[in-house]
Design a protein around this ligand. Structure first.
Ligand code: GUN
Length: 283
């Protein structure tokens, strides 16, 4: 079997065109959706992620503002900025780029963001609502994964979804989303015993661990759907996923590439969440 490749980049294009239309419609009614991003320090990867987000907002007609704060910013100072954005009616979405410097407690900052402006879906209020299957802001990468699977007409009910990685940003909410879609979900992580025996049982395998090419074809069931969230830079400067794409595509039924797979969907879902926040706040 040779897998069908799910290009997130193509699906993202289609969704972004719809978002752009809706943004225009809202603006015609006097509301310009706005996203404010706060970045603390000079982490080059974070800076480039923020630039991508800003460019995507501009293309979709969403107002985007970036507040750049120095590495030595205190928690109190950052809380003050978040408070101002919470109170600003022209701001519909707030995103504090992670990771934050050591002197700042990420959890405190996340909890300070108004849940109705929490377009990252990291606030415990939104996590709780996702867990109880209520409307919520859902983290962008898991939301993008679900959109890719649905857009590819892959059935989810009753399927065994194995999630490798248990981060708060990707692994945990991804499993929860697929559970809400009536899948049977298994989480694997660094302490999991006999990991590849479990990945081999997956109908849908989601890998988000940050280890280049760790999933080989021997660890994948024939006909499985394989979603690769990895973004690993190799020593030659090239980008690789957590899945050994060339070998796994021989056994999978569907596979996402890296790049042009999950990545473009993540930013698209940020635009979608910002549009949703603008609609809810302005209605
Ligand atoms: N750092 C890496 N990914 C993310 C993300 O999705 N949101 C935020 N705020 N920070 C990140």
């Amino acid at each position: 079997m040779t897998a069908e490749i799910i290009y997130g980049s193509k699906i993202a294009e289609k969704i972004r065109a719809n978002i752009k239309e809706e943004v225009q419609h809202l603006e015609n009614n006097g509301v310009r959706p706005g996203l404010s991003v706060i970045i603390v320090g000079d982490n080059p990867a974070s800076k480039s992620y923020v630039k991508f987000k800003q460019r995507a907002c501009e293309k979709a007609g969403i107002q985007s503002d970036v507040i750049e704060l120095p590495e030595h910013t205190t928690q109190e100072e950052l809380l003050h900025h978040v408070k101002q954005l919470n109170e600003d009616p022209s701001v519909h979405g707030i995103l504090v780029q992670l990771p934050l410097p050591d002197q700042i407690d990420e959890k405190v900052i996340i909890e300070s963001i108004s849940p109705e402006k929490d377009v990252d879906g990291f606030h415990p209020y939104n996590i709780g609502r996702l867990q109880t299957d209520q409307d919520a802001f859902v983290p962008c990468t898991p939301l993008g994964i679900l959109a890719m699977v649905k857009e590819s007409n892959i059935a989810i009910t009753g399927k065994h979804v194995v999630v490798v990685g248990r981060s708060n940003i990707v692994g945990k909410p991804a499993g929860q989303l697929f559970l809400n879609e009536h899948a049977t979900v298994t989480y694997c992580h660094s302490a999991t015993k006999d990991l590849f025996n479990i990945t081999k049982q997956a109908d849908i395998l989601i890998v988000a661990v940050g280890k280049a090419k760790m999933i080989k074809k021997e660890s994948v069931k024939d006909g499985a759907v394989v979603i690769d969230v990895g973004n690993n830079y190799l020593s030659d400067g090239s980008l690789a996923g957590d899945v050994d794409f060339e070998s796994v595509k021989e056994v999978a039924s569907y596979i996402t590439p890296v790049p042009k797979g999950v990545g473009p969907m993540t930013i698209t879902m940020l635009l979608q969440n910002t549009l949703k926040a603008a609609k809810q706040i302005s209605s």
